[in-house]
Design a protein around this ligand. Structure first.
Ligand code: PMP
Length: 429
């Protein structure tokens, strides 16, 4: 770790916390973040020469693994033609068409550069379309660091104990209404309290930023009906789940039609790329078709489009999601067994290739709400995390993040992970 430690010291002198995004700092789990020299397949090599099986996957985009050869070929081809023009390219139309072909609720998309931008722009669109100001978000869900959505947020904001942030004006936070996740009665109460004022109900259809928490049976259907009843838009933030939990995303897996969809992560294959989309009628309100302003110098960047296109083409092949499902199920079952052997109570939540072992006893074997998600033994998680790292497995450094399995994780890598977990659960006790 000597080189990582030295690298971290140098980084801390010039960047807040030594990182470009908070959760990377290991603040939650303690210790020094591992500085990465290279990623290949599902493996990482750090600057000290240690190797790790990677379950961070850059927090979701790398569903085809690091340096997938088809993605490398697509990027190499694109880079040889120049990498930004500020003018239209056919790459954008191609990726937009592929995305639209997978999502029945999406007829048009606008590309942006990050999930944060997608959520911010989607909310502007929802407000413009409805003429209403209030936005509902669920406690523990994360939609990027948009001022109005950084209220009771998950992910790094949760890990670091700052669910709301200084610098967010009261007036802006005041336009956000909170609802409990997976609680239809809670959602109904919010609509009843603010009749005719709610522009949209924004939700991660599978929560990923309090750890992975699937929607309860009937919950998403219930939200759809409530939005229709109250003239509000249903906004699915599928930045994490889009093309991750199914071809298309959670809306395909659960067969629900949102009004606006946010995408990111997988659709760029690991390059800066995100999008928001919906029916033509709504999307044509956006500038220059309509008057809702939203723009971006690097939006629809050719490299990002090429990386996203190559990644989605890999995922579109028959059987790709079945492989992910099988390997992820094998990992989940192995973790449950390993924890049981060590006598450590865990609840294992999984949707497709997103999973989180919570160091807690919850209803039966799964965590179904935010209160349970944050009610676990984070000290045990932190010990587990470090023991896994010592055994060559790099997990997301927080109890409140999902692990991501990629197509590059073979059965051998999963077995190696389960064997590491057997020791790590014992160390976590
Ligand atoms: N929405 C969700 C559901 C996310 O998981 C994230 C990032 N983890 C974002 C939005 C923000 O995306 P970005 O970090 O690209 O701004």
């Amino acid at each position: 770790m000597a080189k990582s430690e030295a690298a971290f010291a140098r980084a801390q002198a010039v960047m807040p916390g030594g990182v470009s995004s908070p959760v990377r700092s290991f603040r939650g789990v303690g210790g020094t973040p591992v500085f990465i020299a290279e990623g290949n397949g599902c493996m990482l090599r750090d600057v000290d020469g240690n190797s790790y099986v990677d379950y961070v996957g850059s927090y979701g985009p790398l569903i085809a693994g690091h340096q997938n050869e088809r993605v490398v070929a697509a990027l190499s081809k694109a880079i040889g033609r120049g990498w930004t023009f500020g003018m239209p390219t056919e790459y954008e139309t191609q990726l937009a068409s592929l995305i639209i072909s997978a999502l029945p609720a999406v007829e048009m998309v606008r590309f942006v550069n990050s999930g944060t931008e997608a959520a911010m722009s989607a909310i502007r669109l929802a407000r413009a379309a409805t003429g209403r100001d209030l936005v509902v978000k669920c406690i523990g869900c994360y939609h990027g660091h948009v001022d109005g959505l950084l209220v009771e947020a998950g992910s790094g904001a949760l890990t670091l104990g700052t669910p709301s942030s200084p610098g967010v004006p009261k007036a802006v936070a005041g336009a956000t209404v909170l609802a409990p996740y997976n609680d239809l009665e809670g959602a109904r109460a919010v609509f009843e309290k603010y009749p005719g004022q709610i522009a949209c109900f924004a939700i991660e259809p599978v929560a990923g930023n309090m750890g992975c928490v699937p929607p309860a049976a009937g919950y998403l259907e219930g939200l759809r009906a409530l939005c229709d009843q109250h003239g509000a838009l249903l906004l699915f933030d599928e930045v994490m789940t889009g093309f991750r939990v199914a071809w298309g995303g959670a809306q395909v897996r659960y067969n629900i039609r949102p009004d606006i969809t946010c995408l990111g992560k997988v659709i760029g294959g690991g390059l800066p790329c995100a999008a928001y989309g919906g029916p033509k009628k709504l999307m044509e309100l956006i500038s220059p078709s309509g008057s809702v302003y939203q723009a971006g110098t690097l939006s629809g960047n050719p490299l990002a489009m090429a990386g996203g296109m190559a990644t989605l083409e890999i995922m579109k092949e028959p059987g790709a999601y079945d492989i992910l499902e099988r390997r992820s199920a094998m990992l989940a079952e192995g973790l449950i067994d390993a924890a049981r052997k060590a006598g450590v109570p865990i609840a294992l939540n999984r949707v497709g290739s997103m999973l989180t072992p919570f160091f807690t006893h919850a209803d039966g074997d799964t965590v179904t709400n935010f209160k349970q998600a944050v009610g676990g033994n984070t000290a045990a998680f932190n010990r587990f995390f470090h023991a896994m790292l010592d055994h060559g497995v790099h997990l997301p450094p927080s109890q409140y993040e999902a692990w991501f399995v990629s197509l590059a994780h073979t059965e051998k890598h999963i077995e190696q992970t389960i064997s590491a977990a057997e020791s790590a659960f014992a160390a976590a006790k």
